[in-house]
Design a protein around this ligand. Structure first.
Ligand SMILES: Nc1ncnc2c1ncn2[C@@H]1O[C@H](COP(=O)(O)OP(=O)(O)OP(=O)(O)O)[C@@H](O)[C@H]1O
Ligand SMILES: [Mg+2]
Length: 256
């Protein structure tokens, strides 16, 4: 079996400062990988490099393209990379405003992604947008409303619908529940977990919230100062952490 993503020696410097350093791992189809670590540990930098939005200083990110097998995403050229981002990948931003078009309706936000992969039939696009709004628990009668009129939780669910409507194989999420009320977070997590399982999605989820990691991720990478200090199955890492930094991270969450 071929991994979906093969990351080798990935390093990103900001001048002399380390963003992330020498990260290597493989992600398998249908697998959810969590990236955890304190603020400034390099999570967003790594995610941006993985999702073709930030060129690494060294190392490679290879993706299993359907046509040609594993391909270095930074060597393949802009048009093919853009096509991948539109078809095979989804990106859920921490701030839904970064992933949505606030000036067009909820239905258009979802429909636009379909049109980007070639859908042309208005009735079908609208029907699919309607179906996806329901899947993310947004009432069908909001389809013509602007996202500006949505709550934070609704915006995040709309962003998820916009990403998943084209059935990507791999979704990148940066703090998908950050900035939301606890009750809203719980509902969103539950929805995300269900969708990821139902669609057999592979995902990379950045979070500083270990409860989110526990609920969504099969496997965890723990980062500190740009480097991966521990990796393993989620329950193992959280219940029996080996690295002192992970022990600290886990215990500081458990303490009242
Ligand atoms: N654009 C940038 N220019 C210079 N340094 C940067 C830039 N972005 C990030 N860094 C530095 O790279 C390191 C990793 O930052 P990064 O944002 O990836 O961490 P993070 O784990 O996502 O943190 P947070 O949990 O606060 O989002 C930090 O030392 C940060 O100061
Ligand atoms: Mg970050």
């Amino acid at each position: 079996m071929t991994p979906l993503l093969k990351v080798t020696g990935l390093t990103r410097m900001y001048g002399n400062r380390v963003g992330c350093r020498d990260v290597s791992f493989e992600l398998w189809p249908g697998e959810v990988m969590g990236i955890v670590g304190e603020s400034g540990s390099g999570k967003t930098t790594l995610l941006s490099c993985l999702s073709a939005r930030l060129e690494p200083t060294a190392g490679t990110v290879e993706y299993d393209t359907r046509a040609e097998g594993l391909q270095d995403i930074y060597a393949m050229g802009e048009p093919r990379r853009r096509l991948l981002m539109r078809t095979d990948w989804g990106i859920v931003h921490q701030n839904p405003r970064d992933g949505l078009r606030m000036g067009v309706s909820a239905g258009a936000n979802v429909g636009e992604r379909l049109m980007a992969v070639g859908a042309r039939h208005y009735g079908e696009i609208r029907a699919q947008a309607d179906e996806w709004l329901r899947k993310v628990e947004i009432d069908g009668d909001r389809i013509d409303d602007l996202p500006l009129t949505f709550s934070g939780g609704m915006l995040q669910r709309l962003q998820i619908a916009r990403n998943l409507v084209t059935h990507p194989r791999l979704v990148f999420m940066d703090e998908p529940t950050g900035g939301l009320d606890v009750s809203v977070q719980a509902r969103l997590l539950d929805l995300l977990r269900r969708l990821v399982t139902d669609l057999g999605l592979a995902a990379i989820v950045v979070t500083h919230d270990l409860a989110v990691a526990r609920l969504l991720a099969h496997r965890l990478m723990v980062m500190r100062r740009g480097e991966v200090v521990e990796t393993g199955l989620t329950d193992q890492v959280l219940d029996d952490p080996h690295h002192p930094y992970t022990q600290l991270l886990v215990s500081s969450v458990l303490q009242p």
